[in-house]
Design a protein around this ligand. Structure first.
Ligand code: NAD
Ligand code: IPM
Ligand code: MN
Length: 349
């Protein structure tokens, strides 16, 4: 048996941070329970500019049937119109692989890193589950009379009973392994049809999890509470769009986007792991990017592959370099991307 992992560095700092994540993975490879094979793919803006390929023919089936995970950097390049490559590759894989759980931990590793006065590592440790296969992201809609003063622009918010139910159940299941609290966040007071479904499903499913405390906050209040009283949250479950926004906010309260990790998961299937940040054209190619989000995403990937002890080792090493300030400038350190990656390797050894 062998785990085959697709490595897709993508664009901008995606390339720089993925290189460091791969070094960590390679360093740990000999200690893994199951051997790992890394296969590198050049999908991204450069490839698109060269031959107009986004996700190559047959790639989706190959990932689905012959890979156990995808380690992903970031996609985004101003030279590609409407970021069609990101839509086809990243959103395409989330949808087509049916990766319905976007798992995004928000955990403060060191008191110094939060901008929230008086909050400590005891106060900020939450897990956000972002629905990842529907909502406003489905791409259902269109333009009418585009470019004229009478233009109409529509993106439909698609919510299915099945889609809502499975992400809510995943949240309750994960809460059982934590502090047994689930907060569901929506905007049912305005989006009565779409988020009315979330409310009804949440109430019904909560009955199956009587050991878990179920609560609700409208998303505007949830955003405020994440800043005012983050200690209220254990597991937070929400829709695709709200989860996107709340997890950048989550990153900001624990030290910034450079640290934030994520998994796009369908339990038991090929899943995709990536830092929460994008390609950061403003700092790309300068060795300034923080690789810790990508490295922590690698830990999440190993956990998905059943390599719990390797995952825990990486997380401990990341925590240690953060505490010792062997980090990049966004976290107040002096190291380059590569030096920070090296500090994690040293901490592992
Ligand atoms: P971004 O996340 O790329 O950058 C936002 C800000 O955070 C920038 O100032 C950047 O320098 C900083 N930052 C991000 N990651 C960092 C890191 N690892 N270390 C230090 N600083 C870091 O968001 P953006 O600028 O809105 O988007 C740039 C491009 O990336 C866009 O094309 C966008 O669509 C795309 N994007 C892709 C993904 C993805 O592939 N998953 C995610 C978000 C954005
Ligand atoms: C993210 C990103 C993507 C999203 C973009 C690049 C489409 O912001 O992964 O958080 O909105 O999901
Ligand atoms: Mn985002």
């Amino acid at each position: 048996m062998k785990n085959k992992v697709a490595v897709v560095p993508g664009d901008g700092i995606g390339v720089e941070v993925t290189a460091e994540a791969v070094k960590v993975l390679e360093a740990l490879a000999p200690s893994l329970r199951t051997s790992i094979e890394l296969v590198h793919y050049d999908w991204g803006a450069e490839r698109w500019l060269k031959d107009r390929t986004t996700l190559p023919e047959g790639a989706f089936e190959d990932l689905r049937d012959h890979h156990q995970a995808i380690l992903f950097g970031a996609l985004g390049d101003p030279r590609v119109p409407e970021q069609i490559h990101a839509r086809d590759i990243l959103l395409g894989l989330r949808f087509r692989l049916d990766l319905y759980i976007n798992l995004r931990p928000v955990k403060l590793l060191d008191d110094r890193l939060t901008p929230l006065r008086g909050k400590t590592t005891r106060d900020i440790d939450m897990l956000v589950l972002r629905e990842n296969t529907e909502g406003l992201y489905v791409g259902v809609g269109g333009n009418f009379k585009k470019g004229t003063p009478d233009e109409i622009a529509i993106n439909e918010d698609v919510n299915t009973r099945k889609g809502v139910e499975r992400i809510l159940r995943a949240a309750f299941e994960m809460a059982r392994g934590r502090r047994k609290k689930v907060c569901m966040s929506d905007k049912a007071n305005a989006l009565t049809y779409a988020h009315g479904l979330w409310q009804r499903a949440f109430k019904e499913i909560a009955v199956d999890y009587k050991d878990v405390e179920a609560s609700h906050l409208y998303v505007d209040v949830a955003a405020m509470e994440m800043v005012r009283a983050p200690e209220r949250f254990d597991v937070l479950v929400t829709s695709n769009m709200f989860g996107d926004i709340l997890t950048d906010l989550g990153a900001a309260i624990v030290g910034g986007l450079g640290l934030a990790a994520s998994g796009n998961i369908h339990p038991g299937r090929c899943s995709l792991f990536e830092p929460v940040h994008g390609s950061a054209p403003d700092i790309a190619g300068k060795g300034l990017a923080n690789p810790l989000g990508a490295i922590s995403s690698t830990a999440m990937m190993l956990r998905h592959l059943g390599e719990e002890s390797a995952a825990t080792r990486i997380e401990a090493a990341v925590e240690r370099v953060v505490k010792e300030s062997r980090v990049t400038r966004d976290l107040g350190g002096k190291l380059s991307t590569q030096e920070c990656g090296k500090s994690v390797l040293d901490a592992l050894a």
